[in-house]
Structures are given as structure tokens and as C-alpha cells.
Ligand binder design. Structure first.
Ligand SMILES: [Mg+2]
Length: 338
């Protein structure tokens, strides 16, 4: 082998396992690698090679094909099996240069193939190439880890409202569809409420957007606090509009829930000096409750809740109106059905 310095050799020394039953060629190869600063492990049989591989986890394996007992193909397969998910480059060494050997070498888990006697220049070129591949693989593994966590973050971003931490509209839509299905299967009542902060534009105009955002966060917290059962969900529906999804909640229960929510809002006393309704923040809400049948759709529920919300506003705000009961939280008797 040539003894010139190969500037392209990997800067970091590698641990290289050299496997060859012929002493002369193994020693020559090892000497060349050692001269370049690599740490060399030597084996003269496939079994010993496997033992060293397991024990030392080399960065690279140079593996003779023909050996007494187990051959190089066997050793390669065993090495691949010994590092599931891992990948140590394996370069086969052979005196033969037939295409069939190359095919078999790659089949057995080899990455490349060198013809003996190995020329120093070729050997170093292969080492560089393998080193580059190993680095690329490392970067790929890192990259896929990063992608995985970025994906998880993206999913979170796509379902959580950034300002309030509640579910966003998209997540609500998903939940609404699945809860609707569940309620239909179990024949249980499902309640959907849409509510918004009364005269929120005036609040924003007077107090500014920073205070406006703080107000929305407080309302969000209130809604979160009222969701006592695990299946209850609060969502920011958009702007100053919020939604509550309450599985297994009948009409009367929804009214009770809404009254409790309004009491909580009143207790919190978030000041709203420009509101004609009250000196503090108030909510108007629309309620729809049904035991879903085949014709019930999520869109239909949203429309009814929105319709009821409109009625609550028309009747003076600071109240929740039930679409099905045609009454609001301020009155005790049902109105005439539409
Ligand atoms: Mg041999």
C-alpha cells in the first residue's frame, strides 16, 4: 500500500474492525489504517468478528467474504441483526470481482465492496465516503427527531387557541363531531353553548387591546373553571366568542349550568365601565340541547346555538337563551314556541 498521507481521511479517528482469515492481507490493511490514526480491531474468523463487533461497536467493518467456517455474508447478517435500528457501515473484501458476489454482499447487509489486494488510495476514498454517509445518517436521525417534535408542536398549535389556551375552533369542530356521534350512539343529550362578551368592542376601545386580551383570558379561565366534568369542553370560537360542549347534559341541566356560569362571571367583577348592561363584564349565550338522531348535524347545532345567542342579545343581553326551551336564564316560564 502507498504510504503517502491522505489529506482526505476523516479527521476524527474511527474504530475499524478488520476481518480476514489471511494474516498477510489483514495485517497489511490494519497497518495502513493504524498509520492513519484509526483504532484497529482484528479478527481472523466470522465468529470472532461478531464477538468483537458486539463488544466494541466499531464505526466501520472491513469484512472478508471467504473464510473457513462461517463466511463474511453470515457475519454481515449477524451484525445487522445485532444492531436493530442502528447502522454500522460494512465494506466487503474479496479477491473475486464477479457481479454475483457484489449482489450477494449487498443482500447480506453490506454497503460496499472492495477487491483485494486493496489499494491505499481506494481504501481511503471508501473510508471517506462511508464516513460521510455515517454523518449524513446521524443528521437524518437528528432531523427526524426534530421533525417528530415539530409535528407534535404543530398539532398542538393547530388545536389550541394561542391567546387563551382553550381549544380553538378547529378542535371544537372535531370534538363536536365526535361527541355528536357518541351521543347518537348512546342516545344521550348533548348540549352546545355559544356565548360572547357583551359590548366587547366598547371594552377594547376604552381599555385598549392589551386589556382586551387580558379580559378574554379571564373569561376563558372562568369557562375552564365551569367545565368540571372530564368530558366538558370550553373553546374559543373566535374573537370574543366562546363555546362550551357539554356531553350528557339535558336542557334543564344546561340552564342550571348557564346560571352558575353567569353567577361566576358576576362575582369576578371584571370592570366594564362603558357597558350599558352592567358595570362589569357580562356574557350572552345561546344554548342548544338534543338527543341526536340520524338527521342531527354539527352544523345544525351550531346554527341553533347561534340563533339562540342572537335571541339572548335581542332580549337585553346578560343572559343565556335555550333554543329548545325558548326561554332564557332570566325568566322562569317558557315562551310560546316559534
Ligand atoms: Mg478469506
Amino acid at each position: 500500500m502507498s504510504s503517502e498521507v491522505h489529506p482526505g481521511s476523516p479527521a476524527a479517528p474511527l474504530t475499524i474492525l478488520v476481518v480476514d482469515d489471511q494474516n498477510a492481507s489483514r495485517v497489511a490493511l490494519s497497518a495502513e489504517l493504524d498509520r492513519c490514526g484509526h483504532r484497529v480491531l482484528e479478527a481472523d474468523s466470522a465468529d470472532w468478528a461478531l464477538e468483537l463487533f458486539r463488544r466494541h461497536r466499531p464505526d466501520l467493518v472491513l469484512l472478508d467474504v471467504e473464510m473457513p467456517g462461517h463466511d463474511g455474508y453470515w457475519a454481515a447478517r449477524e451484525m445487522r441483526a445485532a444492531e436493530p435500528g442502528g447502522w454500522t457501515p460494512i465494506i466487503f473484501l474479496s479477491q473475486r470481482d464477479q457481479e454475483r458476489d457484489i449482489w450477494q454482499a449487498i443482500e447480506a447487509g453490506g454497503d460496499d465492496y472492495l477487491i483485494k489486494p486493496v489499494l491505499g488510495m481506494v481504501l481511503h476514498a471508501k473510508l471517506r465516503a462511508m464516513h460521510r454517509l455515517a454523518q449524513m445518517r446521524e443528521r437524518l436521525v437528528l432531523l427526524s427527531d426534530e421533525l417528530r417534535s415539530a409535528n407534535a408542536q404543530l398539532h398542538e398549535l393547530s388545536t389550541v387557541d394561542g391567546l387563551t389556551g382553550l381549544m380553538n375552533r378547529r378542535a371544537l369542530d372535531e370534538s363536536l363531531h365526535s361527541e355528536l356521534e357518541l351521543a347518537r350512539r348512546e342516545q344521550q343529550p348533548l348540549t352546545l353553548m355559544l356565548c360572547d362578551v357583551d359590548h366587547f368592542k366598547r371594552f377594547n376601545d376604552r381599555q385598549g387591546h392589551v386589556e382586551g386580551d387580558a379580559c378574554l383570558r379571564q373569561v376563558a379561565q372562568l369557562l375552564r373553571d365551569t367545565c368540571r366534568r372530564p368530558a366538558d369542553r370550553a373553546a374559543r370560537y373566535g374573537g370574543e366568542e366562546f363555546a362550551l360542549l357539554l356531553p350528557r347534559t339535558p336542557r334543564s341541566g344546561a340552564m342550571t349550568y348557564a346560571r352558575a356560569l353567569m353567577r361566576l362571571v358576576a362575582q369576578r367583577q371584571i370592570l366594564h365601565p362603558d357597558s350599558p348592561v352592567a358595570p362589569h363584564i357580562t356574557l350572552s349565550g345561546g344554548i342548544t340541547t338534543c338527543v341526536p338522531d340520524a338527521s342531527t348535524t354539527a352544523e345544525g347545532l351550531l346554527l341553533r346555538a347561534d340563533d339562540a345567542l342572537y335571541t339572548a342579545k335581542a332580549q337585553g343581553r346578560n343572559r343565556f337563551f335555550s333554543y329548545e326551551m325558548q326561554m332564557d336564564t332570566e325568566e322562569q316560564r317558557p315562551q310560546l314556541p316559534r
